[in-house]
Ligand binder design. Structure first.
Ligand code: PEP
Ligand code: MG
Length: 303
């Protein structure tokens, strides 16, 4: 079986009837790039940037971040790298952030909420990202979005960062920018959000958690945590449709993207990208190459 998967290396991620579906890798550190390359990923679809902030005493500097992002971009050699901005809080804590103790941290002060409330932290990361963008094919995505207003606030901060870099005559480029769709709010207003961004990446881990009202880390609730729930799959379908109506691409980067029992379903829904653990890249590519994109979608998830 492993032998058969090795045969997928060097092949295009394209369906039996000719639709290109990028198979990207999820990584959590610079060294993970090795695994992505070993498994012949078409790019990086989710680089969890938290690793730069965790397990240390103080914030990483702009220079440290710039070097890390640049290294990943250079090693991916022109292939797309989607870096997600800081998604700290909830289960990922770092003492020096001095985050408040909360009853329900998953519903609390985390991710983009911290970045918007403490723009200095956000700006340092954005400066590093815009500067690194000249070294490869970078896309940036923002986590835990729930509203159009958040996107406008992000855009305002990105513009301030651009002005700063212009004044300093620094070398930079504005990367492609997208959002994670991982809250039911974002999924339900994805028609309004799509014109404001360049892509959607669906985070099925959190989308399942928030849709089913089930803590994704709770072992007691394991039997109820069902990412195949029709509510989740309908939202995925809806998000894909709204992305394509607005002319942007949409992918999936949560665990569900690697579930090969759904690959053909995702392809028929119009998924442009599936981003999975490096060890699942070849398995998903194999499934895509056997799938037919253009058949009628089963009406199961029609709205
Ligand atoms: C998700 O929520 O599906 C996701 C990809 O992000 P994370 O697992 O890092 O929350
Ligand atoms: Mg998430």
């Amino acid at each position: 079986k492993l032998q058969l998967l090795q045969e997928q290396k060097g092949k295009e991620s394209i369906t039996a009837d000719g639709k290109k579906v990028h198979v990207y890798a999820n990584i959590g550190s610079v060294s993970d790039v090795d695994f992505a390359l070993d498994n012949d990923a078409d790019g990086i679809g989710l680089f969890r940037s938290e690793f730069l902030y965790l397990g240390r005493e103080d914030f990483p500097t702009e220079e440290e971040q710039y070097q890390a992002y640049r290294e990943v971009l250079e090693r991916m050699n022109g292939k797309k790298v989607v870096i997600r901005t800081l998604d700290i809080g909830a289960d990922k804590q770092a003492d020096y952030f001095n985050l408040p103790e909360e009853e329900n941290p998953a519903l609390g002060y985390r991710a983009i909420r911290i970045c918007l409330r403490q723009p200095d932290i956000f700006k340092t990361q954005l400066r590093a990202l815009l500067r690194a963008a000249v070294h490869g094919c970078l896309a940036v995505m923002y986590p835990m979005i729930t509203s159009a207003d958040e996107i406008r606030r992000i855009q305002k901060i990105v513009n301030e960062v651009k002005e700063e870099l212009d004044r300093e005559h620094a070398a930079y480029q504005v990367p492609e920018q997208g959002i994670m769709i991982e809250t039911p709010a974002a999924a339900l207003i994805s028609d309004r959000l799509a014109p404001l961004v360049e892509f959607f990446s669906i985070g099925t881990n959190d989308l399942t958690q928030y849709t089913l009202a089930i803590d994704r880390r709770s072992e007691i609730l394991d039997e109820f945590y069902n990412p195949h729930h029709e509510a989740v799959l309908r939202m995925i379908r809806m998000v894909m449709d709204n992305a394509h109506k607005a002319g942007i691409w949409a992918g999936i980067c949560g665990e569900l993207a690697a579930d090969v029992t759904l690959t053909e379903e995702f392809v028929r829904m119009g998924a442009d990208e599936l981003s999975v653990a490096p060890s699942s890249v070849l398995k998903v590519r194999k499934e895509i190459r056997m799938a037919h994109a253009l058949m009628d979608i089963s009406s199961k998830y029609d709205l």
